[in-house]
Design a protein around this ligand. Structure first.
Ligand code: GN1
Ligand code: MG
Length: 393
């Protein structure tokens, strides 16, 4: 009987052939993905044969691409809507259309030129007249890419003031459409609801992860009652909801190359909420001296200089705030790292079904970083209150 004994050359050739096959498969899959993306672009009436399509941004929910076509005046952003998160796409897009057309007409009245650089514009699917296309079981939308715009991951103390102005202005501009907007994710920033989801996940312990995190569970439970303050004030009729952005990350603001603010983006979660949402969630990312997912917790601290500057700008433009809303701003700066820690931990317990992760423990690492930020903001609550009182004099 013949037996096959590979020598080292044969092994090398086998390995190379294997690698080439994998490489070929990757190229083939990428080509198929590219064909699919071009097909979707064409659905919006844009000739896509020569389109160059590349991933854009680092969102945790939707998939986003930049579309460049030689000879075309505009570049575009193509986005797959995560419809497991935004389950009612019609409601979602309806909110966004109300917001963008309202903001656009305000800017027009003010005589602001070059509106496609100051306000998002979504393309219409000519077959349905809607601002999205349903392709099999996926939902896609396309908008104009703002030329020469940049996002920032880090903020200077000076620009925190202008960003504060911008978010206060954004909320103020939307006050007239309060009754027209619906919740694109019901109970999105409702702390009672998030704690309820956490308790359910803990009870079910689907991924068998509860035993390793008793320290975090204890921390969540210790402050749970205190952190549901806004819902209790709302029930008593003392605190109302207003249109908020509800995802005020720094990278949801587009700047021009000179550092001027062009426009607020990522309008998926614009909905009625407590103004704390925008104030607190912005500081959650911008006032963190570390990263949302820092492994080294000594990097994470709540930066009071950013707080001061952002609060000053925000209070200047958000002239509609009630005394109660103003007095809740320091609490908001604590609430959002806490709420995000609860949300990341819930997803960790559920086996990572909501947030995109880059490694198995990612949601746990994120939770620890957010909890550390919460603790740091808590230590500084009194100092924050003194600053707000000073600004409001
Ligand atoms: C999600 O995907 P992105 O970055 O827009 C999440 C926010 C969280 C954030 C944490 C709809 O936002 O609420 O604060 O991740 N959005 C949704 O990074 O859940
Ligand atoms: Mg978002």
């Amino acid at each position: 009987m013949l037996s096959f004994k590979p020598n080292s050359n044969t092994l090398l050739i086998l390995l190379l052939t294997y690698k080439l096959c994998i490489f070929d498969k990757i190229i083939h899959t990428n080509l198929k993905i590219m064909e699919k993306l071009k097909y979707i672009v064409a659905k919006f009436g844009i000739p896509s044969d020569n389109a160059v399509i590349a991933p854009l941004g680092n969102g945790l929910i939707n998939d986003t691409f930049k579309v460049t076509i030689t000879g075309e005046n505009y570049e575009y952003v193509l986005q797959k809507i995560n419809h497991y998160v935004f389950t009612d796409v019609d409601l979602l897009q309806n909110n966004i259309e109300i917001v963008t057309s309202h903001l656009r007409s305000k800017l027009e009245t003010e005589g602001i030129p070059d509106l496609d650089r100051k306000c998002l514009r979504f393309l219409t699917n000519p077959e349905t007249g809607k601002s999205y296309a349903k392709i099999n079981d996926e939902y896609w939308r396309m908008m104009i890419y703002l030329k020469d715009s940049i996002t920032k991951e880090n903020l200077t103390v000076e620009s925190a003031y202008t960003v504060g102005l911008a978010f206060g202005e954004f909320e103020k501009n939307l006050l007239e459409i309060t009754s027209e907007l619906q919740e694109s994710i019901p109970d999105f920033h409702n702390m009672e609801f998030r704690l309820h989801q956490f308790n359910e996940a803990l009870e079910a312990d689907l991924a068998g992860r509860a035993k390793g995190i008793s320290d975090l569970i204890a921390k969540v439970k210790k402050d749970a009652e205190e952190m549901t303050r806004l819902e209790r004030l709302h029930r008593k009729g003392e605190l109302e909801k207003r249109p908020c952005h509800c995802d005020t990350k720094l990278n949801n603001i587009l700047f021009d190359t000179d550092g001027n603010i062009l426009c607020v983006i990522d309008l998926d979660t614009v909905m009625p909420s407590f103004v704390s949402s925008d104030f607190g969630d912005f500081l959650r990312s911008a006032a963190n001296t570390g990263k949302e997912d820092s492994k080294d917790l000594s990097e994470v601290d709540f930066n009071m200089d950013i707080f001061k500057s952002f609060a000053k700008g925000y209070l200047k433009s958000a002239t509609f705030l009630t005394p109660l809303e103003k007095s809740l701003l320091p609490f908001s700066a604590r609430l959002f790292p806490y709420m995000q820690a609860v949300r990341f931990l819930t997803d960790y317990l559920n086996g990572d079904t909501y947030y995109k992760i880059q490694y198995p423990e990612h949601n746990l690492v994120r939770t620890r970083a957010q909890m550390r930020l919460y603790e740091s903001a808590t230590e500084k609550e009194k100092e924050m209150m003194d600053i707000i009182n000073e600004y409001c004099k």
